[in-house]
Design a protein around this ligand. Structure first.
Ligand code: SF4
Length: 167
């Protein structure tokens, strides 16, 4: 069974077509300057972070910056334009951690370019919602039908822009 990752959850909240293409192994992130800039930001925004925090791989997810001492998942993002998707991703990380006995961890979304931070907690009522996301994602990625394009302004910054809209 496919591991559901933070990327699946994020894309589920952005565009179902993007999620489907990603899940089918059609990955174009390496060709997207926007995605590369975001990754570079995550690597460079906080220089001392690699010493202080650890990378955590558990239950099919990979958290780049985990503060094990304080049980905090740090997630660095470039803009807060898709904050609902960011929150969903971090809540999913907290959910997976709780499933593996790491209860009461919290999340911190960080937007260094905006100098903003947002705390994210996993509430009891989030759990059935997250389980519905996971079930819906599994259904979608098992399907052979690519979802329709969505015409959104953020398409221009999507790694699949050329794939979806060229011609
Ligand atoms: S370009 Fe738009 S429609 Fe295509 S995958 Fe990206 S967000 Fe979805």
């Amino acid at each position: 069974m496919t591991n559901i990752t933070g990327t699946h959850i994020h894309y589920f909240h952005v565009c179902l077509r993007k999620l489907w293409l990603f899940a089918k192994g059609i990955q174009m992130e390496h060709t997207s300057e926007v995605v590369q800039a975001g990754k570079l930001l995550g690597d460079t925004a906080y220089h001392r972070r690699p010493d202080k925090y650890t990378e955590l791989a558990i239950g099919g997810i990979k958290v780049d910056f985990f503060d094990a001492k304080n049980k905090v998942v740090h997630e660095v993002k470039k803009t807060n334009k898709m904050s609902d998707a960011h929150i969903a991703q971090v809540k999913y990380y907290l959910y997976v951690l709780a499933q593996h006995g790491l209860d009461n961890a919290k999340g911190l979304l960080e937007y260094p370019l905006l100098k903003e931070k947002q705390e994210v907690m996993l509430e009891k009522e989030d759990i059935p919602v997250i389980e519905k996301w996971v079930a819906a994602i599994r259904l979608l990625i098992d399907s052979n039908t690519c979802p329709d394009k969505i015409a959104q302004s953020f398409c221009q910054k999507c790694a699949y822009y050329e794939f979806c809209w060229a011609g």
